[in-house]
Design a protein around this ligand. Structure first.
Ligand code: NDP
Length: 672
């Protein structure tokens, strides 16, 4: 294969770097690509992101940026064959490639959907509720989030060159921040190919993304407090970069996701022969072999009840014996290569450290020759530590390959202590059918783990598995795992935004936030809002309904009809005797139903369906003879697709004295 010359993408131009290095293929060590970034003007790249990319992205709304992510995700899907052609050279089988390539595109699509469904079509996010700060209600507080005005520097690991780039890029762009991507050199050719597809969509504004294929030169010297560094890789590099003097001096936000000693545990209830035992064995073997064990979430520590340790070891070893390791291009290969022969040397050295630290090899030979000559294939290795409390290395040393250690635990407390002995991990799985065991274990260990799965016969078929980070769930972990979070739906977007507490009048805050806020300005509509499409409706548009009186007959009719004859509605004496009411009151649900009767426009139109209500509060009782009226205000709008969107309406119900009887947010599905 012809050597691919990798180029940097700096200031919207493909740029050749100096200090060129050759990158070997994992399959046989032949040169697959050449790369270099020396000579780039890194300060100018940061300035370009800040001065060109940032302003362009910040002009777009969350929804516009979300649609852009969809175009990017679809482009990767359409051209993924180009990426699969390069994939085996990273050591990955086709199945491994799916996690990286399809998984990366799906992450973009997931974030596109999150942006359109969960974020407003605006430039500002609200964080939490409006905080009343004064008696008269003229002075209130609201936390808002706006995008950082710097560059996000993404430093990625070698194991997922496509997904690793896209899982960071998606929330960053959605937040409205530009990014500079620096892939790990070992697999930079696959990342560069995916990056090229993104650029060729023509959908990204200038300066939104840049790429460095090589070292980052003096880039860190020019960081400021508006920049964010998001890093995945070894604890050693993370430690070095987060202690860079500029990062410390400028308080540069640093997100780290680093190697960890993830565990999987078999519950005491799951004896050999139980479905959970079999599921556990299958998952451990899958985690050891997928991506040749080069996954940040891979299971390194296998915790088994002491009485089942031999059975667990035997079952895992039995399955590993059938695994075909070697050339990732071959269909029958289940365990591909490590990324490079130097990574293989590192794995062998780490296994030696584990053995020196009290574990012994019970299956596999890491020195055995497998796969094509010159390549980085390795066979799987299972170790055993009979006394895990005396074997510190098994909780500290990560062999980043198809390597894991089985160890016994005595009881749940011992299992919790052993799981937590890793001092912070990304993922932990527990195989049990016993809810008490699960509850006790998770409550004791959750503080040390970023994501935990309880897998059993009921959910195994649909489970996404121990090792799969998902865009909607947080990926990260405390301590050893880096002490940060990535993704987690909207949470991941927040990492690229600044939270600011704003104090002012409700109307000022509504204007700043581009959303209706209770107490903020309303615009009286001449047309019924249910006759208007989403594009015709504006934030703050309000329908003021007529008033209707609520009678005793209404209350009794409602009670008969629904069967809700609660004393407060039906028994005058008992209601009076309560500390809350002065007499019989209308049902809350009657008030809601009458409210709908007051504001609904019946014929078919742009409002397609009522999909729910949120934040319902009954504030003032409504007594027979009182009247009620509704103010229905457009609070926010989110487009889901070309055909539908969601309008959130603030519903405020007042009595004849203009006291607030009830408030809630109504959600309707609308025509855009
Ligand atoms: P590194 O920490 O060495 O590299 C991670 C990233 O940091 C790469 O992009 C690398 O670039 C970059 N980098 C390294 N030094 C610097 C620097 N001084 N300034 C800026 N960027 C830098 O990890 P490796 O990929 O070499 O893997 C080593 C070990 O890390 C593995 O054996 C494994 O234990 C762990 N690991 C953990 C991962 C996880 O997801 N938690 C993923 C991958 C590895 P370059 O490649 O150009 O050096």
């Amino acid at each position: 294969m012809k050597t691919i010359e990798l180029l940097n993408y700096a200031r919207d131009a493909w740029t050749r770097g100096e200090g060129v290095r050759e990158i070997p293929s994992a399959i046989d060590g032949s040169t697959i690509a050449s790369t270099g970034s020396d000579g780039l003007d890194f300060k100018a790249m940061l300035d370009h992101a800040r001065n060109v990319g940032g302003p362009a992205l910040r002009k777009m709304t969350f929804h516009e940026r979300a649609w852009m992510l969809k175009d990017l995700g679809l482009a990767i899907m359409e051209r993924k064959d180009e990426l699969y052609a390069l994939n085996p050279h990273t050591g990955a089988t086709k199945g491994d490639g799916w996690i990286d390539i399809d998984g990366g595109a799906l992450t973009l699509l997931s974030y596109s959907s999150t942006g359109r469904k969960k974020l407003p079509n605006a430039h500002v996010l609200l964080d939490g509720e409006l905080e009343p700060l004064s008696k008269g209600g003229t002075f209130v507080g609201q936390h808002i989030l706006t995008p950082h005005q710097g560059a996000a520097v993404h430093i990625n690991a070698y194991n997922f060159p496509v997904w690793g780039m896209l899982e960071k890029m998606a929330p960053t762009l959605l937040a409205g921040m530009p990014c500079i991507v620096k892939p790990a050199t070992a697999t930079a050719y696959l990342c560069e190919a995916a990056f090229r597809i993104l650029i060729e969509t023509g959908k990204l504004p200038e300066g939104a993304v840049q790429l460095i294929v090589g070292g980052v030169g003096d880039l860190f010297d020019h960081l400021t407090g508006q920049d964010v560094v998001s890093f995945t890789g070894s604890a050693a590099t993370a430690g070095k970069l987060k202690n860079h003097p500029t990062v410390l001096r400028e308080s540069v936000q640093f997100v780290a996701e680093q190697d960890s000693l993830n565990a999987s545990m078999l519950g005491t209830d799951a004896a050999p022969g139980s479905p959970e035992f079999d599921l556990f064995i299958a998952e451990v073997v899958r985690e050891m072999t997928t991506k040749a064990g080069q996954k940040c979430t891979a299971i390194r520590r296998i915790l088994a009840p002491a009485q089942h340790l031999d059975a667990v070891q035997g079952a895992i070893a039995g399955k590993l014996a059938d695994i075909a390791a070697g050339d990732p291009r071959e269909k029958e290969t289940q365990l591909g290569c490590l990324v490079s022969t130097s990574q293989r040397d590192d794995v062998r050295a780490k296994i030696a450290e584990l053995v020196e630290g009290g574990a012994r090899i019970v299956h596999g030979d890491p020195d055995a020759a497998v796969g094509p000559e010159g390549g980085a294939a390795i066979s799987p290795t299972l170790l055993r530590a009979d006394d895990p409390w005396a074997a510190d290395a098994v909780h500290e040393v990560e062999a980043f390959g198809p390597v894991a250690t089985v160890m016994p635990y005595k009881d749940i407390d011992d299992a919790i202590a052993l799981a937590n002995r890793g001092m912070g991990s990304l993922a932990l799985s527990l195989f049990t059918y016993d809810e008490q065991i699960a509850g006790e274990f998770i409550r004791g260990a959750a503080a040390f783990h970023g994501r935990m799965l309880v897998i059993n016969r009921d959910n195994a078929k649909e489970s996404t598995g121990h090792g799969s980070p998902l865009p909607v769930l947080v990926h990260g972990g405390p301590g050893r795992a880096g002490g940060s979070e990535e993704m987690g739906g909207v949470r991941g977007v927040h990492h690229y935004m600044q939270r600011t507490a704003i104090q002012s009048t409700p109307s000022m805050i509504a204007a700043i936030a581009q959303q209706y806020i209770p107490g903020g300005p309303k615009r009286k509509l001449d047309t019924h809002p249910f006759k208007l499409t989403m594009s015709e409706l504006e934030i703050g548009d309000t329908l003021y309904t007529d008033a209707r009186t609520v009678t005793v007959e209404d209350i009794e009719h409602f009670a008969e009809f629904t069967g809700d004859k609660f004393y407060a509605h039906m028994d005058e004496e008992a209601a009076k005797a309560s500390p809350i009411f002065e007499g019989r009151v209308a049902h809350g649900y009657l008030i809601l139903s009458f409210a709908a009767g007051l504001f609904v426009y019946a014929p078919p139109g742009p409002v397609l369906a009522n999909t729910g209500l949120e934040n319902l509060r009954f504030l003032t009782p409504l007594y027979p003879g009182d009247s009620m009226r509704v103010e229905l205000t457009v609070r926010s709008k989110s487009i889901k697709s070309d055909e539908t969107g969601v309008v959130k309406w603030a519903v405020e119900i007042f009595n004849q004295d203009d006291e607030l009887v009830a408030t809630y947010d109504l959600l309707t599905e609308n025509t855009p």
